[in-house]
Ligand binder design. Structure first.
Ligand code: 13P
Ligand code: SF4
Length: 307
């Protein structure tokens, strides 16, 4: 009970402090519930990028994994962007390096390079266009190229390839440990037990899970679908933070995990206390070399122009 009271008190202090400092708190859908509670905006990677680019606030506290905070800095280089826990990184983003891209460019000299937003800034700086789970298909359809190297998520590349038959798409072999663990047999069992539920999965899931899904959506797409759909019952194939958000926002509907609930431990590294400290100290700041910032911005802005 005391812990609950302390959490509520900390939330009040954070809200007061962010108002006093004119800060905006952005949080990804997989963040801890109490962190989402103090956020001004909660969303998926694309929605968060757009919000970071458009906000009037000069002080952004970014609650998500490192590449997301870097993307906010890339789009708002003059603003103070603070990432409360720098070691909160996405392991998939670390599966491809800028040197890998330079090597691949030699191997595929005619190809354009598309990187998932789940990449580090120096990788974006070496690629042509970025994409997110919400717009990967559109980006690949619209990019002017016959041959495309896609890094780092193999599953997302294979999913998008289903809709882009006229281009050669060469996937890198990266993966998300959270979505890769969502197994076909457990999802099938959930589906059999809840035949009236709509099965909605993230495109980072394995192809065989995508094959049996009713819908494939980014986390933001899942939030939208839950609001607009007439269905009452959903089986969700993604990280549990999103499922908790759906339950909070739609108490009249039923949201279950497709198989065992899965957690992105990297996302959960940021606690309410870290957010408070980040606001007080205005650090740790996201800082990137000028040249990387400029070239990575081109990559992200070309995505925003395409979709
Ligand atoms: P979304 O952009 O769909 O939220 O995905 C981000 C992510 O890291 C999924 O694992
Ligand atoms: Fe990275 Fe997967 Fe966590 Fe998303 S859920 S941040 S892709 S490890």
């Amino acid at each position: 009970m005391a812990a609950k009271k302390e959490i509520e008190e900390l939330k009040r202090m954070i809200v007061k402090l962010k108002r006093k400092k004119g800060a905006i708190i952005l949080a990804h859908n997989y963040q801890r519930e109490e962190v989402q509670d103090v956020a001004d905006f909660i969303g998926d990677s694309l929605e968060l990028s757009r919000t970071a680019a458009q906000t009037d606030s000069n002080f952004i506290v970014f609650c998500g994994v490192r590449f997301m905070a870097e993307t906010a800095k890339i789009l708002s280089p003059k603003k103070l962007v603070v990432h409360p826990v720098p070691m909160a990184r996405c392991p998939m983003a670390d599966m491809v390096t800028a040197d890998d891209i330079l090597e691949l460019r030699k191997e595929y000299p005619r190809a354009k390079f598309v990187c998932y937003v789940n990449t580090n800034a120096d990788v974006k700086a070496e690629c042509d266009v970025c994409c997110t789970s919400a717009n990967a298909v559109q980006v690949l359809q619209r990019i002017d190229a016959d041959e495309i190297v896609f890094v780092p998520d193999r599953n997302l590349a294979l999913y998008a390839r289903r809709f882009v038959k006229d281009k050669s798409i060469i996937p890198w072999n990266g993966w998300c440990y959270v979505h890769k663990r969502i197994g076909l047999e457990e999802v099938k069992r959930s589906k059999e037990m809840h035949q009236d539920a709509l099965l909605v999965v993230h495109p980072e899931c394995n192809p065989e899970v995508i094959d049996i899904a009713d819908e494939v959506k980014s986390t933001g797409g899942m939030v939208k679908l839950a609001s607009e759909s007439n269905h009452r019952k959903f089986l969700i194939g993604t990280e549990e933070g999103l499922i908790r958000r759906l339950r909070r926002e739609h108490p009249d509907k039923i949201f279950m995990s497709a198989g065992t609930p899965r957690t992105c431990y990297n996302m959960k590294l940021i606690t309410l206390h870290d957010v408070y400290e980040a606001l007080i100290n205005e650090s740790p700041e996201v800082e990137l070399p000028e040249d990387i910032l400029r070239r990575a911005r081109g990559c992200v802005e070309r995505m925003l122009q395409l979709v």
